[in-house]
Design a protein around this ligand. Sequence first.
Ligand code: ATP
Length: 309
Amino acid sequence: QARLLFPLIALMRVALDLQTSGALFARIFEYLDLRPAIVDAPDAAPLPAGAPRLGEVAFDGVTFRYPDARGGERATLNDVSFAIEPGQYAAFVGPSGAGKTTVSYLIPRFYEATSGSVRFAGRDVRDIDRESLVSHIGVVSQETYLFHATIAENLRYAKVDATQSELETAARAANIHETIMSFPDGYETVVGERGYRLSGGEKQRIAIARVLLKDPEVLVLDEATSALDTISERVVQQALDAASHGRTTIAIAHRLSTVVGADVIYVVDHGRIVEHGTHSELLAVGGAYARLYAEQAAAPSPARLSRPA
Ligand code: ATP
């Protein structure tokens, strides 16, 4: 059963990565006669635009164990609690395997908490119609999915009725417009498999343009672990700053540069939050964060915070 679960979760990840409707993917599951692992409660209600506290994300004593994790092992997340206010920039840092990415999976309900409660806009995510939940969350992940289609079509997965001028506004803010214009057919250039090949940094900026078109209240940012060169890193970073502006941002951070200015940093270790605070508060405490920081400062550039060599 776990085997069957993975392609489904991969598909749902693609849906979120495309910033598109989960309904399309639900229909694919139906066609394939597969039952998605995560089903809505019969009384799950949509979360309409303009609902109060949109953008608030909280974990309340969340413990989580992967469905296929062998018994007896420690849970991946253990009694994790935090509350992120609308518009805050929150960064999750910690060693590899600590559980940071898993936190990001539970917010759009790729998986459900084993116990405790994941809350969105003050409601348990199990009580929110999943389609509606996903409509309020944008993701920029390490892998951006591009269809074998034109750039314009790839962008419109985030907003089917976007006008050309909306596409260009989003692409400009994502620092990718000029690059697109330099391609053989501009926005009509066919990309994806067998198409024009985009670099990692270019794909990421396409993902950022999609987020800007979708305009969700919450942005989940799974920072690339593979190093981009300094110039594309700066260009991507500027685009990310534009995308996180005015919305709750949850960054799974691997580099220090994106963490220093965060409103709050959560340090995760062995599935628990061991410290939280701002960069300067955590340095003053002289604990786990200060050690990660020192390690990173000692590492050669481009240094990573969370994966000591
Ligand atoms: P990194 O910085 O390396 O990305 P992370 O802090 O994001 O690490 P997670 O990816 O959340 O860590 O993984 C936490 C733990 O859960 C790890 O021990 C990992 O092996 C385990 N894990 C991750 N995905 C699964 C899965 N699908 N099934 C079982 N265990 C998993």
